[in-house]
Structures are given as C-alpha cells and as structure tokens.
Design a protein around this ligand. Structure first.
Ligand SMILES: NC(=O)c1ccc[n+]([C@@H]2O[C@H](COP(=O)([O-])OP(=O)(O)OC[C@H]3O[C@@H](n4cnc5c(N)ncnc54)[C@H](OP(=O)(O)O)[C@@H]3O)[C@@H](O)[C@H]2O)c1
Length: 198
C-alpha cells in the first residue's frame, strides 16, 4: 500500500519502519523535509512536504499533535477524499480525546479509522509481551476493516475490531486506562491489554 505518515515523530517513525519492512511504499509528510533529523528515515521512504505526502497516499496515518489536526484537516480535507485515514492523535487534556469530528466535517469523503492511539509507541516498536502478541483494539468504517487489520498485523499486533466509529469512546477509554496505569500507578510504559476468550 502507499502510506503517508503525517508527523514523523515517535508514533509515525515507529509504524513507518514496520510498514516499510512489510513492503509498503512510504512518504513522510513533514514541515521541513531538509531537516537532518529525518536522515534516519530517508532509507524507508520519501521525506517530503505535507501536501505531497497527502496527494501520494492511499492510506494516511495522522501522527501529529492532536492540536494540529484541525488546521491540517481544513487545509487538506478535500484531498483526503477516498483515502483511508487513520487517526492516531490524542488530545490528552481535552474532554474529547480524538479528532474524528473535525475530520468528518472537513474530509467527508475519507474512510476514517481510529487506531494506534491507545498504547505507548514502545509497544508498537516491540509488539509482544509475555510471549504473546499485543492486542490493538480499534474502530472504523466497516469497509476499512480488512485493510486496517492487515496494517495492524504488519506491525506485529493482533487487531481487535470493536465496530464502527460510534464505538470510538471504547477505544479512547482504553487510552485513558493506559495513561492512568502508567502515570498514576507509576508502572512501566511497556504494558498493554489482552482479550482472552474460550
Ligand atoms: N507517544 C506515544 O506513545 C503516543 C501513543 C499514542 C498516540 N500518540 C499521539 O500521536 C501523536 C504523535 O505523538 P508522538 O509522540 O509521535 O509525537 P512527536 O514525537 O512529538 O511527533 C509529532 C510530529 O508531528 C510533527 N508536527 C507537529 N505539528 C505538525 C504540523 N502542523 N504538520 C505536520 N507535522 C507536524 C512534529 O514535527 P516537528 O518535529 O517539525 O515539530 C513531529 O515530528 C500525538 O497526537 C499523540 O497524542 C502518541
């Protein structure tokens, strides 16, 4: 798949490494493509302006600060038409953790998925714990499920689809639970959730 990473920080670069290894074509949409801090990423894909990355993609990963999504969506909403857009961004100090509302408003033709938002990036870099793959609970438009399952599996995680975007509160509550365990209980960031069933 042609995947563009918007925001090449912890989350964006970690997922891009795995997706490049799996044979996907990667673009990194960044504000200053000539910045030497992106030199590590150049072997994985093209480091380019955000507009070029959005144009080039079949799949967009939004991995920029949550506060920057509204401006991004206003600028590129129309170009996201027909593309799968994975919102991994969080607004940790706001009542609404995700940015789906502004994406639905500005990019009504995008196929939205809410994934990779509920665990720390370290768990995507090393996607197993206790000898088992980590589960990634996510939601999104049903037509995007097969592609999302594949992209999640390529990271080494086990995808657990919760349903359409109306279930986003469940995903975001897992983020809150993860943050609570890490920060309030002073546990390691290497923790995740597992669905066990008969
Ligand atoms: N860190 C985690 O474990 C984690 C887990 C789940 C979800 N998230 C969410 O994922 C998102 C990224 O987190 P992160 O830890 O990867 O952050 P990060 O390391 O700070 O990376 C964010 C990247 O976004 C870029 N950026 C900032 N504003 C931008 C804009 N207007 N247009 C394009 N790029 C822009 C930054 O570029 P510059 O370097 O040029 O500023 C930076 O490379 C956040 O919304 C966060 O809440 C993080």
């Amino acid at each position: 798949m042609k995947i563009s990473i918007i925001g090449a920080g912890n989350i964006g670069s970690t997922l891009a490494r795995k997706w490049a290894q799996a044979g996907n074509q990667i673009w990194f949409g960044v504000r200053n493509p000539s910045d030497p801090k992106f030199d590590d990423l150049r072997p994985l894909g093209q480091v380019c302006p955000v507009a070029q990355a959005v144009e080039s993609a079949e799949v967009l990963l939004l991995s920029l600060p949550g506060a920057a999504v509204a401006e991004f969506a206003a600028q590129f909403g129309a170009v996201m038409d027909g593309k799968m857009v994975i919102d991994a961004t969080n607004n940790i100090r706001s009542a609404e953790m995700n940015n789906l509302a502004v994406l639905q408003e500005k990019a009504p033709g995008a196929h939205l998925v809410r994934a990779f938002s509920s665990l720390g990036w370290e768990n995507f870099a090393e996607p197993s714990l206790g000898g088992q793959p980590i589960d990634l609970f996510y939601c999104g438009e049903p037509t995007s499920q097969a592609a999302a399952d594949q992209l999640i599996s390529e990271i080494g995680l086990r995808p657990i689809y919760l349903g359409g975007l109306e279930t986003v509160g469940l995903v975001d509550n897992l983020t809150r639970l993860w943050l609570q365990l890490v920060f309030t209980h002073k546990r390691s960031r290497r923790l995740a959730f597992k669905l066990v069933e008969e």
